[in-house]
Design a protein around this ligand. Structure first.
Ligand code: ATP
Ligand code: MG
Length: 323
């Protein structure tokens, strides 16, 4: 299956893109998510409707893009075929702009907002919210089981509820089934290790940071940020702590209770310590600190690049920190 994305128009979009003031771009776009290495948006052009575009401006040449593309494909195949997670159909499009910048787009069908799990959590009962949590945990367990058996390859994902959607939900009020079937959509940061080595070059994560600080940030934070997704307990804490950011704090106690029971009953072999409320709270504060520091540094870098060096700045940054 192919999405038949019109590359010429995507190039026109990229050529006329104002990363600072999106509305001033030749073809405009609407942002639906800010990631660490990508920005997700829809593009206001009749021929690009119905798709979510994840823009990655972190590559310097074709070779780097080809390498990323290979890692992305391998990651999706691991998740789908080795682990058994349903991953949203995805296609990559390479764009070389007129001024010879290389930008990669990860394209997916645009799912209705009401089918993304964090948006479902806002309108359902606590019982239904816990059903979604259970479906996420069942998927995460598939990864942990795979990692336990696999000697050389270890896989991680960011389990947060904003990364999952209920497949084929037709309208917002449609009742959830007992075991909602989830599809995973956040694949732009492929996380897997072969013989202990991260497949994706970690430097790519730091592309939007001031160059002078990259090595110190790598040393201080990057390993911590990546390691947590390989660790079952941290992945679950991260997922629950994210409810603070979603302003769904009332779900935190029932989620902790359910997750502990799930881990005790179905993941006994992992022998994990119970998750405590305090920990989740502490984790959130620490996480919020790291990300706001990162955003501050990016803005600093943007200022230097645009105001002092008078160069084009590649990344689209959120104006406010929503953490
Ligand atoms: N295919 C899609 N259809 C509808 N909405 C989407 C789609 N993909 C992403 N989104 C929305 O955008 C948000 C961010 O997307 P995603 O999780 O892929 O990236 P991220 O977490 O911002 O990125 P990164 O992995 O680079 O840190 C999602 O939580 C979801 O709300
Ligand atoms: Mg995400």
């Amino acid at each position: 299956m192919s999405f038949n994305i019109n590359t010429a128009i995507l190039k026109e979009f990229e050529d006329g893109l104002d990363t600072r003031f999106l509305a001033k771009s030749k073809i405009t776009a609407k942002i639906i998510g800010f990631g660490e290495i990508s920005t997700v948006f829809t593009i206001n052009h009749p021929l690009l409707q119905g798709f979510a575009f994840k823009r990655l401006p972190i590559f310097s040449n074709d070779v780097q893009i080809a390498r990323y593309e290979r890692i992305l494909t391998e990651y999706v195949e691991l998740l789908k075929y080795e682990i058994g997670i349903d991953v949203l159909e995805t296609e990559g499009v390479k764009v070389e702009t007129s001024d010879r910048r290389f930008v990669y787009y990860v394209v997916q069908p645009m799912l209705p907002e009401f089918s993304i799990c964090n948006s479902i959590l806002r309108r359902v009962s606590i019982d239904n919210a816990v059903k979604l949590l259970r479906s996420v945990l069942i998927n995460l367990k598939r990864i942990w089981d795979f990692n336990a058996k696999s000697m050389d390859v270890k896989v991680a994902i960011d389990g947060q509820l904003s990364n999952w959607a209920v497949r084929d939900l037709k309208y917002p009020e449609e009742p959830l089934s007992e075991n909602p079937e989830l599809v995973y959509l956040d694949i732009t940061t492929p996380l897997y290790r072969k013989n202990g080595k991260e497949a994706l070059n970690a430097d790519l994560f730091l592309k939007s940071m001031p160059p002078i600080l990259r090595s110190v940030l790598k040393l201080l934070f990057l390993k911590e940020v990546l390691d947590r997704y390989y660790d079952p307990r941290h992945t679950v804490i991260d997922l629950i702590a994210n409810l603070y950011r979603e302003k769904l704090t009332y779900l935190i106690p029932p989620f902790i209770e359910f997750a502990n029971e799930f881990l005790r009953t179905y993941c006994a072999e992992l022998n994990l310590k119970e998750i405590e409320y305090k920990e989740v709270e502490y984790y959130y504060k620490n996480d919020a600190f790291i990300w706001s520091l990162f955003l501050f540094l990016r803005k600093l870098h943007r200022g230097i690049v645009t105001k002092i060096l008078h160069q084009r700045y590649e990344f689209i940054l959120p104006e406010r920190i929503e953490r």
